[in-house]
Design a protein around this ligand. Structure first.
Ligand code: SAH
Length: 425
């Protein structure tokens, strides 16, 4: 008889009386459930350092809100296993089932004792809570957009094909608080932060889709809905899971976090042992224009942002990527090209030029009248920039425009029940 069976017996004794219950028994059983739930909630918050809202993405404040195991690191699952009366290695087994095997159903986790699975269920544990509502493939086969139902809203992720790369573009929040004037997600306003489990879940579901085609996701960019650095703890925990050797194993070299310029977050990421790439959405070359486009610039203007970028390089030894969206008559002048080269001269970096993705009817309706510059202007801007900088300059051609999956097009109009802008783009 192995330790497992002994374990099983012990847990069984505590958790599985299947006898007909008297009224008193039922009351006692109810008390016991409430006790376990309250105890575990305290455990999640205190010992695992997970806020109730994120550990329990369903409804903060609901004592029966489930905890999503997809968002827990192996050491956290080990601690949970011990808390439930099992040996620590049950946590590692859970991690591998979820992340290596892609199994979400406790019943299918055949090497876990029955009683341990029951204890997990009783504790309100779940494995993933994102429901795939719709998948849309671009005509070119170069991008696929996934729409998920999350609590309090819908989110989108995009799988992008680029040579040998399969990049998963993930969302970090439902909506966004930063109100960038050109960005569709900004129109939604902020709804809530995603939990680490929901961020990992996006990747696992995209990964499963890639696997069906005999491929695998090779890169991750936090460039979907939301500002990742305003959801720091959940995003970084998700990335630790994503790069874990027993998990999806996408290394830090292949992960990029993109920010609109939330400086405290950039500094925190620079100090963190999580070694991931940083992209900064610069999008303008003067504070005057940037302030108009991105209100966050009032708090942290361009000069401060550039200093933080330099610090990031000094600490991590990784070149920062500057993203620059070209908007007709707004950010695409010859002077802009020269200033962009000048501003970034001293910072080891790459520059990624993104021609603006127009938002179709929805853009009109919401007064977002920005335009993509004509091809000649884009080429001229690139030429001038390249002539004046030693940095690598790339042009990001939209891959998912026909399915509304291009940068900045992720948007859900939820309360009204209207079709999203992206459906008509
Ligand atoms: N909040 C983060 C990540 C989400 S936005 C950030 O700001 O970086 C991801 C990228 O899409 C940013 O570089 C943003 O400037 C760009 N973007 C937003 N709307 C766009 C649009 N309509 N066309 C092209 N790029 C857009």
């Amino acid at each position: 008889m192995g330790a497992d069976e002994l374990e099983e017996g012990q847990i069984e004794a505590r958790h599985s009386p299947r006898l007909p219950k008297s009224g008193l028994c039922q009351v006692l059983s109810m008390f016991r459930k409430v006790f376990i739930i309250i105890h575990l909630r305290r455990f999640f918050v205190k010992r695992l350092g997970i806020s109730v809202a994120s550990a329990s993405p369903i409804v903060a404040g609901d004592a029966r809100a489930p905890t999503d195991l997809k968002g827990l690191l192996p050491e956290q699952l080990r601690a949970l296993a011990i808390e439930l009366g099992g040996p620590a290695y049950r946590g590692d087994q859970l991690f591998r089932w979820i992340h290596e095997q892609g199994v979400c159903d406790f019943e299918a986790m055949s090497n876990l004792p029955k009683a341990f699975r029951a204890a997990l269920r009783e504790a309100g544990a779940i494995v993933g809570n994102l429901r795939l509502l719709e998948r849309r493939d671009s005509a070119t086969g170069m991008a696929a957009k996934f729409l998920f139902e999350a609590t309090a809203g819908q989110i989108e992720s995009v799988l992008i094909v680029d040579g040998d790369r399969r990049t998963a573009c993930l969302s970090s929040q439902v909506g966004c608080a930063l109100d960038c004037k050109f960005c569709a997600t900004g129109r939604m306003g902020f709804r809530r932060n995603l939990g680490a489990g929901e961020i990992v879940d996006q990747l696992l579901q995209l990964h499963a889709a890639a696997t069906q085609r005999g491929e695998r996701v090779t890169n991750v960019v936090m460039m979907g809905m939301g500002e990742p650095l305003l959801n720091y703890n959940e995003v970084t925990r998700a990335l630790r899971i994503i790069r874990h050797a027993d998990g999806p194993t996408i290394g830090g070299r292949r992960i990029t976090v993109s920010t609109a310029g939330y400086l405290p977050g950039i500094r925190q990421l620079a100090a963190d042992d999580l070694n991931v790439g940083l992209a900064i959405s610069l999008n303008a070359t003067t504070d005057e224009v940037r302030e108009r486009l991105m209100p966050i610039n009032r708090k942290w203007p361009i000069a401060e942002l550039l200093t933080a970028a330099r610090e990031y390089f000094d600490k991590k030894g990784r070149r920062v990527t500057f993203e620059y969206v070209l908007m007709d008559g707004v950010t695409d002048s010859d002077e802009d090209a020269h200033r962009l080269a000048e501003l970034t001269r001293e910072i080891p970096s790459k520059i990624n030029i993104i021609p603006y993705n127009e938002l179709g009817d929805e853009g009109q309706a919401t007064g977002m009248t920005f335009r993509r510059p004509p091809r000649r202007r884009i080429d001229e801007f690139l030429r001038r920039l390249r002539d004046n900088t030693d940095h690598t300059v790339t042009l990001r051609e939209s891959r998912g425009g026909d399915i509304g999956a291009a940068c900045g097009q992720l948007y859900r109009q939820q309360e009204t029940g209207r079709q999203p802008a992206t459906a008509t783009a």
